[in-house]
Design a protein around this ligand. Sequence first.
Ligand SMILES: C[C@H](O)[C@@H](O)[C@@H](O)[C@H](O)C(=O)O
Ligand SMILES: [Mg+2]
Length: 443
Amino acid sequence: MSQKIVSLTVRDVRFPTSVEQHGSDAMHTDPDYSAAYVLIDTDSGLKGFGLTFTLGKGTEIVVCAVEALAPLVVGKSLQEIVSDFRGFYRLLTSDGQIRWLGPEKGVIHLATAAVLNAVWDLWARAEGKPLWKLLVDMDPKQIVSCIDFRYITDVLTEEEAHDILVKAQEGKQQREDEMLKGGYPAYTTSCAWLGYSDQQLQQLCTDALQSGWTKFKVKVGADLEDDKRRCCLIRQMIGPSNTLMIDANQRWDVAEAISWVSSLAEFNPLWIEEPTSPDDILGHAAISKALAPLGIGVATGEQCHNRVMFKQFLQASALQFVQIDSCRLGSVNENLAVMLMAQKFQVPVCPHAGGVGLCELVQHLILFDYICLSANLHNRMCEYVDHLHEHFTSPVVIQDAHYMPPKARWNRKESNEEEVQSFGYKRFAFLKCCGLKVLSVWA
Ligand SMILES: C[C@H](O)[C@@H](O)[C@@H](O)[C@H](O)C(=O)O
Ligand SMILES: [Mg+2]
């Protein structure tokens, strides 16, 4: 069957997370976790679901951008798209009248991600596999055929990428079995959003320790004395051997970042995340260099808007942890490019997932990264936040602080609408929202 795409619709979905300060940080003090939520319909009845993560009012603009891209998608068949996925990626990112808005950055790139995430979902459903499994089962040639290597061939050519993937085939089955059994290691950010009180932080940390969490991220950057007190509190609670990370969400200038983080070095953080402007590659390099003697790495990526930026971060040794994001970059296609470059530079990938739906999405990418690329778990972990999973028909499964791979197989022939919304790349069918309850209040 051709699976011709007959329509693409997009919804503005918002959650009032700011009311209880969930997701708050030094720059986003009142975030309402939101999504531009895309539905692709085909002539066969098969659907694809995709989203991009945004905050509150900004969602309106992303929705407009998705609508602007829709004519490039409607009328194409899934077969046509995936037989030249690189070409389709370029089509979406190179439109003569739209690319001026980016190119490949900002609102238009978030929209590209939402659309492509839905296309990947459609493909995974058509194959009857969760997305990670679709990727893991693809041969290296097919994987590289999805990637646009334009602007990165000075660091990674198609041939090199292919060789990296071929080399990593060894032990692949064993790693897949290992993941199915024990899952991929995760860390939690949910104990220590900036707007949480000390009491709340302590309670959440106690609960998290009891549930088996060993790696914790704390928001910092608004007030140094507050940061010292909160880091001290959490370090005391988790003990010296558990892992602590800190995240400033772009709050500082370069020199300020170095001195502020040096003052927090006694709490032994593994990384400082987004210490300064996400675009300041050389600034991040300076911070990395200054903090290396303290044993503190620099992590960034949630607002690193494309593969070219990641290329330069890697070339400049400006980051020690690559935080890919399934919605900031151009979906799976561009994330594959970044994971391959990270592998070449031997820098660990630790995906960003602080938002609605990001955990559900990015788990598929990190499973691919481990099984088909890195074969390494040292200093590698995927972020987890404990919010809004109830809005997904199949939320992520965390066991003993590990992401358990989605195992669903979707059989098109036996499906009904409920099943359609329950399997595949993700299952980001926000049932409650699509019932418009949340939408009508918050949109
Ligand atoms: C506004 C958001 O919650 C951010 O604070 C969040 O994505 C964060 O930077 C993270 O690393 O999870
Ligand atoms: Mg962050």
